[in-house]
Design a protein around this ligand. Structure first.
Ligand code: DON
Length: 607
């Protein structure tokens, strides 16, 4: 089954390919060599999937599409204040090559018209114009996702005929907008306009802007998020020059066109679009490109003023620590306390890109639950990112809840920078920010420990064979016999006690003091914790059923003292006291049944 988006694009392409209106740009002679039949459409998702139809691979020069990316580079290098001091952000309503300068300051009205673009080219970092060129080249390469080259023929063609731009450059020098040698800057401008890209490249460049400045395939940050909004703003108001108003009204996407027939359009957080068709309308925009964007915006609902995310969609399942307790098996009295109080641990599954409205909704729900909550676990497994302002709001809420004695922690963020970055930025000086746990099991155990600390400190920190569930119901005298054949061993914190796959080991370990973690190796080399055990608990008990190959690894989380029993020794005592073996095997069976129930509960909670 072909993806419906691909089918839509193919239909649209078929319909518009038949239109033959518009003229090739010829004021740059080399551009007149383009094939007017060329027509490509490419749409890229935030995870880098490309839907493309038509001529999406032929290379052509960026021309004015280079402008928003060089503007982005100048913002990243010199900061917003400095750049807007040199180049305005007001739509001129004039054609791209109009000399629209502020009458007082001489500053170009915006960075999308040639005057503003030439000034912007002079602002990127670099002691020399050669160094500035290398900066422009590497920055654009980050947006494209590979190294770029210049079409020397088009570059020469424009450099030899760009008289109007030369006049503009001297005007800018005259007004002190350009500090350095204006003609050298202009050559860099002509070169950036002559960078070769394809329609597919344009779509990935647009998708990088839509994805908060991160290239959806390379994962490379081409532009810090705080500058993305600025670039998209000038694209929305100035990107289509004296057609910008109608464009925003009818199409509603920040966009930028070029006289070689390329157009990029950005749907923040959703898509990047690249179009290519050389024949231009009287305003210098691709005829088929404009028409295709209008249809795409209407058919796919891409207008940025269309209501998209419903705040409530930010919050998915809400369940409690009773439904999904940690995988440790605490002593009975602690388990009893947790069975009663774990409902005060609330899991909140957050979804999608968390913007201020979604987080506002989540916080409102948390406040509604607060009276009966001891800890909130924000499960970020389904979240893809969070805006800086939303992260600040969430952190403010966390600090508020902490004041009320309620903890708010995060889990399952993994290494998603789009979440970790804003959250760590939101933490003020001296505020350690959100505690982040690798998975829900570790998060809920931390919350359980917080709850258990409410208990009067009766909980046993010292365990013995008698506390082990394996020896429930075994007479004390028999237990003494067993104890006599055991030996005690002290393991240092972090020491590996058993390793997964270890052979021929019949030992059973009874924890007298300290805590251990049972870990299962995962395919990716990481480990998943399956249980955490403390005093009065045992591990390696499968050896009693003759299974001597270890099915998991065991590490000492703290200094651990264990009493070690060889399965063979228990067998020997049982020869003369069969009741012992029966009791131990019965206890083992009911313990395994308990674990199965626990695992089913988890699966149900995660389903
Ligand atoms: O400076 C010029 O005139 C060309 N290098 C770029 C102009 C352009 O692409 C205008 N866009 N519609």
């Amino acid at each position: 089954m072909q993806c419906p988006i691909q089918t839509n694009l193919a239909d649209l392409h078929g319909r518009l390919a038949a239109t033959h209106r518009g003229e090739l740009a010829s004021y740059i002679p080399e551009l007149a060599n383009a094939d007017p039949r060329w027509f490509g459409i490419c749409l890229v998702t935030m995870d880098g999937v490309a839907y493309s139809v038509g001529d999406t691979d032929p290379m052509f020069t960026m021309q004015s599409i280079s402008k928003p990316f060089v503007y982005a580079t100048a913002l990243a290098d010199r900061g917003q204040q400095f750049v807007t001091g040199k180049v305005g952000v007001e739509p001129s309503g004039d054609a791209f090559n109009s000399i629209s300068l502020d009458p007082q300051t001489g500053a170009p009205l915006n960075p999308m018209i040639n005057a503003g673009a030439i000034a912007t080219t002079s602002l990127v970092a670099g002691e020399t114009t050669e160094a500035q060129w290398r900066r422009i080249e590497s920055s654009i390469a980050a947006f494209v996702g590979r190294d770029v080259v210049v079409d020397e023929a088009v570059y020469r063609s424009e450099s030899e005929t760009g008289f109007r731009n030369r006049a503009i450059a001297w005007m800018l020098k005259n007004f002190g907008v350009i500090d350095g040698e204006p003609m050298a800057t202009l050559e860099n401008y002509f070169r950036q306009c002559s960078i070769l890209i394809s329609c597919r490249d344009l779509a990935y460049m647009a998708a990088t802007l839509a994805n908060g400045g991160v290239h959806p395939l390379t994962g490379k940050c081409a532009l810090p998020a705080e500058h993305v909004e600025r670039v998209l703003s000038v694209m929305a108001t100035c990107g289509m020059y004296d057609y910008a108003g109608s464009w925003l009204y009818e199409v509603g996407m920040p966009a930028k066109s070029g006289v070689s027939g390329g157009i990029i359009a950005v749907v923040p957080g959703r898509f990047g679009i690249g179009l290519f068709s050389p024949p231009l309308d009287e305003k210098g925009n691709s005829v088929r490109g404009i028409a295709a964007c209008k249809r795409l915006s209407r058919d796919l609902g891409l207008h940025i003023f269309t209501r998209t995310a419903i705040p409530a969609m930010a919050l998915g399942r809400v369940y409690t620590g009773t439904a999904a307790p940690s995988r440790r098996q605490p002593p009975a009295e602690i388990r009893a306390y947790l069975n009663e109080h774990a409902r005060r641990i609330k899991y909140l599954c957050l979804h999608g890109f968390l913007a201020i409205d979604g987080v506002e909704y989540v916080i409102r729900r948390m406040r509604e639950m607060a009276s009966d909550t001891h800890s909130f676990i924000l499960d970020m497994h389904e979240a893809i990112g969070i805006s800086d302002s939303a992260a600040r709001l969430l952190n403010q809420a966390r600090l508020g809840f902490v004041e009320d004695g309620i903890a708010v922690v995060c889990s399952r963020i993994r290494d998603r920078r789009a979440i970790l970055g804003p959250l760590s930025k939101a933490a003020r000086k001296g505020d350690r920010g959100f505690l982040v746990f690798e998975d829900n099991d570790l998060a809920v155990e931390w919350c359980e420990n917080r709850l258990v600390r409410e208990l009067p400190q009766a909980s046993a920190t010292q365990g013995s064979l008698a506390d082990s569930a394996l020896f429930r119901g075994v007479p004390l005298a028999l237990l003494r016999q067993v104890e006599a054949v055991t030996r005690s061993h002290l393991y240092a914190q972090g020491e590996q006690i058993l390793s997964h796959g270890q052979e021929g080991d019949g030992r059973v370990f009874f924890i007298e003091s300290g805590h251990v973690s049972i870990l299962m190796p995962l395919q990716n080399g990481a480990h998943q914790r399956v249980a955490s055990l403390g005093p009065g608990m045992e591990f390696g008990e499968m050896a009693l059923l003759g299974q001597t190959t270890r099915s998991a690894s065991v590490y000492a989380d703290t200094e651990v003292r264990c009493r070690i029993l060889e399965a063979g020794d228990l067998g020997r005592i049982s020869d003369s006291a069969p009741l012992l073996k029966i009791a131990v095997l019965e206890n083992l069976a009911s313990d395994m049944a308990g674990r199965l129930r626990g695992a089913n509960q988890w699966i149900a909670a995660l389903a």
